[in-house]
Design a protein around this ligand. Sequence first.
Ligand code: HEC
Ligand code: HEC
Ligand code: HEC
Length: 465
Amino acid sequence: MGKNTFCTATLALAALLGSAAMNAPAVMAAQEKPSMEKFAAVSGIVGEKCMPCHSKGYDLPFYSKIPGIKDIIEKDYRDGLRALDLKTELVERKDAPVSEVTLAKMEWVTENKTMPPAKFTAVHWGSRMSDVDHKAVLDWVATTRAKLYATNAAPKRANEPIQPIQPLPQESPAKVALGEKLYNDKRLSGDNTVACVTCHQLDQGGIDNLRYSEGIKKQVGGINAPTVFNAAFNVRQFWNGRAADLQEQAGGPPFNPIEMGSKDWNEVIAKLKEDKELTEAFTAVYADGWSGKNITDAIAAFERTLVTPDSRFDLWLKGDDKALTEQELRGYNLFKAYRCASCHTGKAVGGQSFEYVDLKGPYFADRAKNPNDKPSDEDLGLMGFTKNPDDKHRFKVPTLRNVELTAPYMHDGLALTLDETIDIMGKYLSGMNVPPKDREDITAFLRTLTGKYKGEPVKGSVVKK
Ligand code: HEC
Ligand code: HEC
Ligand code: HEC
């Protein structure tokens, strides 16, 4: 039905405008046009042919006001923004180089020639991407990636959306040792029963393998615990991004009534102060002594050492062709083909952007059929933090490093296997069904992402399917 309405509208529009107008570049009555400089060699293409649908704050082109075409364009505009918001790049990330997520997303649509959508180019001829445009975008993605992000990859792998993971710069060993002690210290909790490590076990993939974690007095939370391994690479912390970094994050759980249930830092410090040995170690690192700020600084320093390099996939990225089997390599190529790498990119294979879990399908309406479904405020995602309705159902893309060890999956912890999770991803995030054969290969690839901690393979319970 949508198609028919559209054809009529197209004809009406063609009659109205004539071909000259249709060849005109997109008219953007922009309030204040941000600089397109970070798109360098392709700024012209992006500004003219992508921005109209992918950046909030631009007026829609004039023809969008024409009855009939208006509804179609407005829907495209909303869907387009949800899939890729270039305003984030041009305004919020103004001073940062173009992100790996934007590069990967643009690469996929360019390789597959899906943008601008055909129904749009059918009306607005000037906006069609030529072969020259396609090549320009792909060249720009490759050079940008090689220059900015592929610093540890072998030259022949410099154009991959995933990068080898490297240990972070060495920190003061005394501070890290102190942070490790505090990470394991149950005195951070109100009744001395729960430590960070209770829910983020380092011999269990950095998690607790539960759907929802259990805090003090056996209280159960309402969201799945992500792994602490490689959390240092996240743009922000928590599923909804409410903590800017690891230090801010570490100040949360101690006072969460369900997790650790302490009253305030004074209560925690009063207990820790009594420990003479610990206090000595603490003041050796922090001359100004006990404070919440210093405690979280030490914990964060320890967490920055929870990086897991040297997975088989990293060896492959660094040039070792034999590191992957044929099936695993096929799985990686499918991972790219099914658009997974558009969101799961970079060193951590995720952690860089907030995406809609219902991007391509009604995730929550379908989930309601699951007998274990219980909608909660946690489902708001990023909106729970920003209060912006446009952020409803947006979640931080989780890292896929060590993912075979971190079941159950997703923020709601409802998917028990990788099979299930990949089905969900295909249906609601990629918008493509993943048949069982391809799913098997993708799973084989995902299992190559298990790295090493302190020189040993990361320990945990390996998910079967
Ligand atoms: C007429 C509006 C329009 C224009 C112009 C447009 N897009 Fe899109 N874009 C969309 C819509 C709508 C979607 C959502 C997917 C869909 O419905 O096909 C989308 C999705 C995307 C996605 C996410 C992948 C996906 O399919 O969800 C990327 C990346 C993207 N566009 C990039 C671009 C680039 C790069 C350009 C310029 C070359 C561009 N778009 C031009 C409307 C547009
Ligand atoms: C009772 C279980 C529990 C305890 C104790 C706990 N956490 Fe968590 N942790 C969670 C859950 C659940 C989340 C996800 C919450 C959310 O996103 O809203 C989380 C999130 C995190 C994240 C964010 C990871 C990401 O990918 O966004 C980090 C880092 C983290 N915890 C570290 C710690 C540290 C450090 C401590 C001790 C100070 C701690 N946790 C104590 C359960 C726990
Ligand atoms: C549009 C972005 C996007 C695409 C495309 C995408 N993902 Fe995801 N992925 C996410 C987000 C966001 C989550 C978390 C959703 C939630 O918890 O509600 C996630 C979660 C996951 C998880 C669970 C990890 C965990 O620790 O809970 C796995 C595994 C996964 N994705 C694999 C894939 C695979 C395989 C594909 C391709 C078939 C894919 N993803 C495509 C954004 C994406």
